[in-house]
Ligand binder design. Structure first.
Ligand code: GUN
Length: 299
């Protein structure tokens, strides 16, 4: 007989909704106090369908929170110089408090150069080397949205992460590396695994906290998960099969019933990422306009 699925679901949708509500409140206060409206510029180069969906959703939610949204859709053959001059213009524009260049960029563009051309004070993705360095050294930074959202979910669930064994699978600049930094800042004992890691299933079984960001459908099997672990599944994978394509995570969700808690896909990490983007835009606005002011709910 199959064992009952006992893991609690970590409801990212509802935590994100309450964060967005608080951000909208912050925006209303900013407008009333300063007469200004925080603004986010999103740059999309090319026609990648998944990126187009994400950008649309960012635009909609930015406006729903009461902020200004400026979407720049550029053709796939945009030159590096043209993109750099758009960034110069956005860096200089006082109506733009946050700038995000949607990744991946077409292969002829140099992503690192593009990211590092963004004014670090407007880098709401937290990808600029200056923000990455500030995070790594425990200083005030703009923090990448997905790992920030994962940390919020973990703290909401566990309160104190101190001393827990955390395993991050994936070492990207967008998720894995900043996730490890944030977990270290919470005093976890952190291991980062990746595609060359040996004995990954065994390593997983030592983890009290498992964060998986590899982009491989259902790669982490149920028997890799320590009973009572907290599992954060960052993957969003489209799987074609009979009938409609399914969206699945990087963890075999149906096999993870012995975890203490797990994020569903969809409805776990995804909604937190956009909420944290809005939070970072408000944070960027505050720091640009009134350094050393009161911290907001979003921070
Ligand atoms: N592509 C996938 N995730 C992200 C993200 O968090 N930020 C940007 N800019 N592009 C992405």
């Amino acid at each position: 007989m199959q064992k009952a699925f006992e893991a609690a679901l970590i409801d990212g949708k509802s935590l994100a909704a309450s964060l967005v509500e608080r951000i909208a409140g912050d925006v209303a206060v900013i407008k009333a106090e300063t007469g200004q409206t925080p603004g986010l510029a999103v740059v999309l180069v090319g026609e990648d369908p998944a990126s187009a969906v994400y950008v649309k959703s960012k635009h909609r939610q930015t406006e729903a929170a009461g902020m200004r949204s400026f979407v720049h859709r550029l053709p796939v053959d945009t030159t590096q110089d043209a993109l750099m001059s758009l960034l110069d213009q956005l860096n200089a524009d006082p109506a733009v408090n946050g700038i995000l260049v949607q990744l991946p960029l077409p292969p002829h563009l140099e992503a690192a150069e593009v990211i590092n051309a963004i004014n670090p004070a407007k880098d709401v993705d937290g990808f600029h080397i200056s923000n990455a360095g500030l995070l790594a050294t425990g200083q005030e930074a703009l923090v990448p949205c997905t790992p920030l959202g994962c940390t919020m979910l973990l703290k909401d669930r566990l309160s104190d992460l101190s001393g827990l064994n955390a395993l991050v699978i994936g070492k990207s600049n967008i998720v894995g590396k900043p996730m490890a930094q944030l977990l270290m800042a919470e005093n976890c004992t952190v291991t980062v695994a990746h595609s060359r890691t040996r004995n990954l299933p065994e390593l997983c079984r030592t983890a009290d906290i498992l964060v998986v960001a590899v982009g491989r459908p259902e790669m982490v099997r149920g028997d890799w998960i320590k009973p009572g672990a907290t599992v954060i599944d960052v993957g969003i994978n489209r799987v074609e099969g009979k009938g409609k394509p399914r969206i699945v995570g990087d963890v075999a969700f149906a096999e993870a019933g012995h975890a203490a808690a797990i994020t569903p896909v969809p409805g776990g990490v995804g909604p937190m990422t956009i909420a944290c983007l809005l939070a970072n835009t408000v944070t960027a606005f505050r720091r640009q306009n009134k350094p050393n002011t009161t911290r907001f709910a979003a921070e």
